[in-house]
Design a protein around this ligand. Structure first.
Ligand code: ZN
Length: 195
């Protein structure tokens, strides 16, 4: 029913997370109606300019991100998150001053993601490079999050001096870190449990 150029855009927008077919159609029609060429340019600029921090793997605009460069961060603590949005959620609590490591995913057997798809080698390199004493695993309180936490613990077993903990219970089960309120998240960090 839609002209090909429009249905093509609907299809592309539909690929985005949490954009269903109807939303995609609405967005495509809005884009058709007004001038959104700056949006297209921003996407191109992003793909050209976005870098991944060589240490923590977070998105950055240079080889090393602002957090890894900040001398005021506590460089003996490392908090592991599955995504940059979870990192932002934890930064917003203003309660954690250590370093991060971003996994960019979770081990998810049902979705065909194994532990080999996550860069545990880079995680190990970061621990070696920073004399990390404590690792806090902050993956979602979901089956994939718990599975990933177990694989992280396994990957870190070779560091016998390392204290490995995970966020306390109290995180809503199945709850995403980035949807958890700041107080709950702060308590979950404070009451973390050794694994
Ligand atoms: Zn970094």
């Amino acid at each position: 029913m839609l002209p090909k150029v429009l249905s093509q855009l609907v299809e592309e927008l539909n690929r985005l997370p949490s954009i269903g077919n109807r939303s995609a159609q609405r967005l495509a029609l809005a884009i058709a109606k007004d001038d959104y060429t700056s949006l297209a340019q921003a996407i191109l600029d992003l793909k050209q300019g976005l870098m991944i921090c060589q240490y923590c793997q977070n998105y950055a605009d240079q080889k090393t991100c602002q957090i890894c460069l900040d001398p005021k961060r506590e460089s003996d603590r490392l908090l592991i998150v599955s995504s940059p949005t979870d990192l932002i959620a934890i930064e917003k609590t203003n309660n954690y001053r250590g370093l991060y490591f971003v996994l960019h995913g979770l081990v998810s057997p049902l979705n065909g993601v194994t532990e080999l798809d996550l860069r545990f080698d880079l995680l190990q390199a970061m621990i070696k490079g920073n004399q990390i004493e404590e690792v806090i695993v902050a993956t979602n309180a979901s089956l994939d999050g718990e599975t990933t936490a177990l694989y992280i613990a396994k990957a870190l077993a070779e560091f016998s001096q390392l204290k490995v903990s995970k966020l306390a219970q109290g995180m809503p089960m199945g709850g995403d870190i980035d949807y958890t309120d700041q107080l709950t998240l702060t308590r979950a960090i404070e009451n973390r449990q050794v694994i």
